[in-house]
Design a protein around this ligand. Structure first.
Ligand code: R5P
Length: 298
């Protein structure tokens, strides 16, 4: 069945590689804003009876969401056979419960709308915490890929004597796997989030790791406070400057600049979100998945 790929919102860094890898047609369209900031979309390629793949990382999701919705509706009007959304970074995974009365459980609402727009979702390391599988909130087949092997390989090839450090219990799921793959020791810290912008980290005694290179590993760097707070504690424990690694380079506000200015050796991310810190390429993983015909949430 013919496949056609569209890159939405500056995801060309991935879409061209993926397109070549699965030998698909490149889709073309026009998207612009009217002077009053409403969205205009016109799909120029023929999509009728074709399997459509949308490459669309959903960082900074709010301004992407409505155009994505229009795009999917238009694909259906134009009789696309199926729509597979490849969203290497899947947003709205953190407000997955009601912490206070009256709060919106946006993970659920977002999943509900996406499930009504596309036939299948492929993503990488979604922030699964209280929700254990995407199929608890999405009503479509969801494939969750895992970047841990690629990160382990990068650490093995680039860091001598690494000590992997996870900033909180949530990170243990990633850090333990990555440490195993890199044949490195790991420790998990205790993080208390005080509000959106404030975290407190408790670091255990690190005396026996003085000769190691600290490698902070997390799934997301957003405000950077989790990393910054950990870096400060490592410094107080007289550890060498760490290397910070994250799957998703969200980098809200000035967090990348603030981290670069702090006492670190480097910041490394995968290219689920296009960013200058990207050094680990996840496109092969997506290509392999797209070449497999069927599947559901792993
Ligand atoms: C939280 O549970 C995540 O694993 C990350 O630790 C968190 O999202 C990082 O956020 P920030 O950079 O804003 O501290």
């Amino acid at each position: 069945m013919p496949k056609i790929i569209f890159s939405l919102f500056e995801n060309e860094h991935l879409s061209e590689r993926i397109r070549k890898g699965i030998n698909a047609e490149s889709g073309s369209y026009i998207k612009r804003q009217f002077p009053d900031k409403e969205t205009y979309i016109r799909i120029l390629s023929v999509v009728e009876k074709k399997d459509v793949i949308l490459i669309c990382s959903l960082d900074k999701p709010d301004h992407k969401f409505l155009p994505l919705l229009y795009f999917c509706k238009l694909l259906k009007d134009l009789h696309a056979k199926s729509i597979c959304l490849v969203s290497p970074y899947l947003s709205y995974m953190r407000q997955d419960t009601q912490f206070k009365n009256g709060e919106a459980i946006t993970s659920k609402y977002f999943a509900n709308i996406i499930s009504s727009l596309v036939d299948k979702l492929i993503t990488i390391d979604p922030h699964l915490h209280r929700i254990k599988s995407l199929n608890e909130i999405y009503n479509i087949p969801c494939i969750t890929l895992d970047a841990s092997k690629l990160i382990s390989k990068w650490i093995k090839n680039n860091i001598a004597n690494p000590l992997l450090i996870g900033p909180d219990s949530e990170s243990e799921q990633w850090v333990s796997k990555i440490a195993k793959g890199a044949s490195a020791p790991f420790i998990i810290l205790n993080k208390i989030r005080l509000n959106d912008n404030l975290v407190e980290i408790v670091v255990p005694k690190l005396n026996k790791y003085k000769d190691y290179t600290p490698v902070l590993v997390d799934d997301i760097i957003s405000t950077g406070h989790t990393m910054l707070e950990t870096i400060m504690h490592l410094k107080m424990a007289s550890m060498p400057p760490p290397i910070c690694i994250a799957v998703h380079a969200v980098f809200a506000k000035n967090s990348y600049r603030n981290l670069k200015k702090s006492q670190i050796k480097n910041i490394i991310t995968t290219n689920t979100i296009n960013h200058k810190s990207n050094q680990i390429d996840i496109s092969e993983m997506i290509i392999r998945e797209l070449l497999i015909k069927s599947g559901s949430d792993k």
